[in-house]
Design a protein around this ligand. Structure first.
Ligand SMILES: [Zn+2]
Length: 185
């Protein structure tokens, strides 16, 4: 008889395999997207555009483990590259001592931009799971679909629309509040 931990690790692996090509998010996908949403709320709380990201490692025989979490900090760091995904990638690389994140998935509340999609391809991220689309800057289906370009030697798999409404509402509320503040209402 298997130990509980092994059983749940097996469950993690099978969930994981199933999710690879499925269009339906697994319970893991929902759980980790929730963490990304928490990060997005942290961004909103400090006046940053609310986007959050989480990198999760799916090692064989182990339970999925959060490697890094981050949120957009472009304003705080005065850095145009300080998007949630980039900060999460840097932290994950440092933590794992490896720039190649081949057994890692990235959860992000908003469709990645060209810079982030490029960085995720470079990092050999296994899967990109995102919430809502970004019609103005998205590079995972909206303006471009970089991860689907067969000319790249690595193509992360994509799952979109996980908690898309929550992610979208958070962004809309943020921009509405910011416009009001600027008008001095
Ligand atoms: Zn970006």
């Amino acid at each position: 008889m298997k130990m509980t931990k092994t059983v749940s690790a097996d469950a993690a692996t099978s969930e994981n395999k199933r999710s690879a090509n499925a269009s339906e998010p697994t319970q893991f996908d929902q759980y980790f997207m929730n963490l990304a949403m928490e990060e997005a709320r942290r961004a909103a709380a400090i006046g940053e555009v609310p986007v959050g990201a989480v990198i999760v490692r799916f090692s064989a025989g182990a339970e999925p483990a959060v490697v890094s979490t981050s949120h957009n900090q472009r304003e705080s760091l005065h850095d145009p590259t300080a998007h949630a995904e980039i900060l999460a990638l840097r932290a994950a690389g440092e933590k794992l001592g490896n720039w190649q994140l081949i057994d890692c998935d990235l959860y992000v509340t908003l469709e990645p931009c060209p810079m982030c999609a490029g960085a995720l391809i470079n990092a050999r991220i296994r899967r990109i799971i995102f919430g809502c689309r970004d019609p103005k800057a998205g590079a995972v289906g909206s303006l471009y679909n970089l991860p689907a370009d067969e000319r790249f030697n690595h193509r992360p798999r994509i799952l979109e629309g996980v908690q898309a409404q929550d992610a979208s509402r958070l962004l809309k509320d943020f921009f509405t509040a910011r416009r009001k503040n600027r008008r001095g209402d």
